[in-house]
Design a protein around this ligand. Structure first.
Ligand SMILES: CC(C)(COP(=O)(O)OP(=O)(O)OC[C@H]1O[C@@H](n2cnc3c(N)ncnc32)[C@H](O)[C@@H]1OP(=O)(O)O)[C@@H](O)C(=O)NCCC(=O)NCCS
Length: 262
């Protein structure tokens, strides 16, 4: 009787996990449940973790770590057996995902490849993030330390998040900053974390405009040189043509600022 209840519970969990993959991965639409079960690495890693976590919670030594290690070598997804994961969790693609020992993940959470829920150093105790329900974490995002990501929030791909995230927010960038809270754009003098200045791109733009101006100046000189032999020699009372040095000064003056400071 107990065994039957256990089998039913596991079967329901597997059904929910497969349904989560089908619901949240556009590539899984129209794919049968057995096919998802057989070929989706995120689903494999999650099912392996559910077994590891149950064994670790029951105090079984070594086996949970061994299963987690095998699962990692097959899927590229590393989940510590002690990490707590809620219902309908979905890992899309999966490779490079790391979920630390004291991480806690709520229900209906989606994460993409390369996400780390990690610690910040050698601290002990609770040192990994808590992710509440309905959170989406974009590919390559790093969430570090015992922070809490509020329910319904989104973490942009490639973000590095080291502070708590309020519920229903969008956080992007490194360091991660909210650009939306409760669906509204964040207001304030330092709120524009998306359109940060890019000094390297600015320097490249200035260099490109200097090169264009130099090309124009060279072209003009070449055109003048081409027609010069056709001109009559200057009369004795006419001023001599400008020397090379003077021409260079005039060209430099017309080019604008030099990003290298020269
Ligand atoms: C953050 C994300 C979830 C979008 O959330 P959203 O709440 O719909 O936010 P928006 O698209 O309205 O973006 C809000 C602002 O953040 C910017 N932004 C979005 N994602 C960003 C990112 N990853 N990095 C930096 N800025 C980002 C947008 O350009 C936008 O700027 P704007 O205010 O000037 O328009 C999404 O952009 C993202 O990163 N998803 C992850 C997808 C992923 O990993 N896919 C992998 C598939 S293999």
């Amino acid at each position: 009787m107990l065994a039957l209840r256990f089998v039913r519970r596991v079967a329901a969990e597997v059904r929910r996990d497969v349904a989560a993959a089908r619901g949240r991965d556009p590539a899984a639409r129209g794919v049968t449940a057995p096919e998802i079960l057989a070929t989706w690495p995120g689903v494999h890693a999650l099912l392996a973790h559910r077994v590891c976590h149950a064994l670790a919670s029951a105090g079984v030594p070594m086996l949970p770590r061994a299963i987690a290690a095998i699962s990692r070598s097959i899927t590229g997804i590393e989940i510590h057996p002690a990490a707590k994961i809620g219902d309908r969790f979905f890992i899309d693609h999966g490779s490079g995902v790391v979920i630390g020992e004291t991480a806690e993940i709520g229900d209906d959470v989606t994460i993409y490849q390369g996400v780390t829920l990690g610690g910040t150093g050698f601290a002990t105790g609770k040192r990994h993030p808590t992710v509440e329900n309905n959170v989406t974490i974009g590919s390559g995002a790093n969430l570090l330390g015992p922070i809490t990501v509020g329910h319904g929030s989104k973490i942009g791909a490639g973000s590095v998040v080291i502070h708590d995230v309020p519920p229903n927010s969008t956080v992007v960038g490194n360091p991660g900053h909210p650009v939306r809270v409760e669906g509204r754009r964040v207001e304030g003098p330092d709120a524009d974390w998306v359109h940060l200045p890019d000094p390297i791109a600015d320097a490249i733009k200035v260099l490109a405009s200097r090169i264009a101006a130099l090309e124009r100046a060279i072209e003009e000189r070449e055109q003048r040189a081409a027609v010069a032999p056709l001109r009559r020699p200057p009369a004795a009372h006419e001023p001599a043509p400008a020397a090379h040095g003077e021409q260079n000064i005039r060209v430099n003056q017309s080019l604008g600022p030099n990003p290298a400071g020269g």
